[in-house]
Design a binder for this molecule. Sequence first.
Ligand code: VG1
Ligand code: CO
Length: 544
Amino acid sequence: MTAPRLVPTEPFAGQRPGTSGLRKKVAVFRQPHYLENFVQSIYDVLEGYAGQTLVVGGDGRFFNREAIQVILRMAAANGFGRVLVGCRGILSTPAASAVIRKHRAFGGIILSASHNPGGPDEDFGIKYNIGAGGPAPEKVTDAIFARSQTISQYRIIDAADIDLDRPGRQSLGGMTVEVIDPVADYAELMQRLFDFPAIRGLFASGFRMCFDAMHAVTGPYAHTILEGLLGAPAGTVINGIPLPDFGGGHPDPNLVHAHDLVAALAAPDGPDFGAASDGDGDRNMILGRNFYVTPSDSLAVLTANAGLAPGYAGGLAGVARSMPTSQAADRVAAALGLACYETPTGWKFFGNLMDAGLVTLCGEESFGTGSDHVREKDGLWAVLLWLNILASRRQSVEDILRQHWRTYGRNYYSRHDYEGVDSAAADALMDHLRQNLASLPSKCLGGFTVDLADDFSYTDPVDGSVSAGQGIRIIFSDGSRIVYRLSGTGTVGATLRVYIERFEPDPARHDEDTQRILAPLIDLAEEIAGIRRRTGRDHPTVIT
Ligand code: VG1
Ligand code: CO
């Protein structure tokens, strides 16, 4: 057995994990000892893992395989008993969560920068997930960061690379490495949740869909499940082979970046249903024929219809959404008598609620939806739940949405992102907003009366932990909202996100253009924050 080697090192500034772990440019990760420091910091704050199982995998982006070899050699040196690693280094984020839970692993390390581009000059990321399968809570990520600021050595063994392309057991030092099929456990779980025969029947009836894997991790999952188990015709999955640079694109499932999918759906005689997922497979975008479903509406429709799928036929415990997500799901929850929770941005806040059995479904406006089957958001899961609903209701996506709006009203919603803004300017803008919050309530601005203005603070109902400073919300008396927050996942400068929402109960007004109907609130968002003056930007970089 190879003896662990202790390597002296020095801390790096700025190894603070953001919304979803540590995300930096590949060049940053490639600095000597940088990755090792962070991995050792993770291992150092964990307790009681000797002889236990760790799950490791990533979205296949550039540097994935190299990072995995380091993580494995360090896991062996630190005393893990076994590592389950996805074949070819592949595990989607939700599949990693499923594997951690099924095999009762101690935890897992997921390598991804999600929807950010990949390649030698692009982004890489690493995050730790706990034994429940979800992202580490803030107290753990804070401890990892603190450790990374004082670290002076790391443990590693000298050994040849593990063959990540060969399924089965290999030995590394005294540790077992099991190279597993990245799809099998996940596909088995999906078959327990959804009515596969009904969905197979839908495809057999001539229903056509296009799934855009965006050259990212969901390709193998979608091929196996949609074209294999569900009998969708070959060609249903496009861009289905994971590439280290995602084919040069942004693996971000929105109307701008999923252009191949949007084009397919807009074609005359195009498919009935379209969907895309992101780099690591936890996001989803849902499209009908010439029809876009906002992620917030998708959460509401899934909440209203989940009972049609066998896995949710017993009813939902409750639903949770992140604060900036539209309040569409709240209306469904109220109508169905379900508890509804509002959490800060980021999936880690849903874990406690699901573990305590308080909620079944969760969602975010950023193309994230999921349930308590795992502890991550799950792109393909959302697609399968939609397919189950379509198989059962046999209506078009558009008809389902229109009927939903007639029943619950429509929450017009949009997010405006200003990317790569000067960090100091973005901080100043937020500070200015914070300082002026107290003066806003009961003011009438542009015809809207302010009901509440605060910097969102969340007290976890399960463990009582408080997360403050989670975004500025301005809520108006008619239920409209403007929310401002800075992204915690960017790698260059700051990204300012402005979220705008307006509720419209009148079915005669459910056909308006979203940006037009939101225009007065968009103007107000500018007036209140002075975005143009403070950031020098005339327009958002991305509108979703
Ligand atoms: C963004 C989204 C947030 C999501 C996070 C991780 O965070 O807004 O809703 O949970 O990305 O998603 P931020 O801090 O940049 O707004 V993923 O698919 O990158 O794991
Ligand atoms: Co993602």
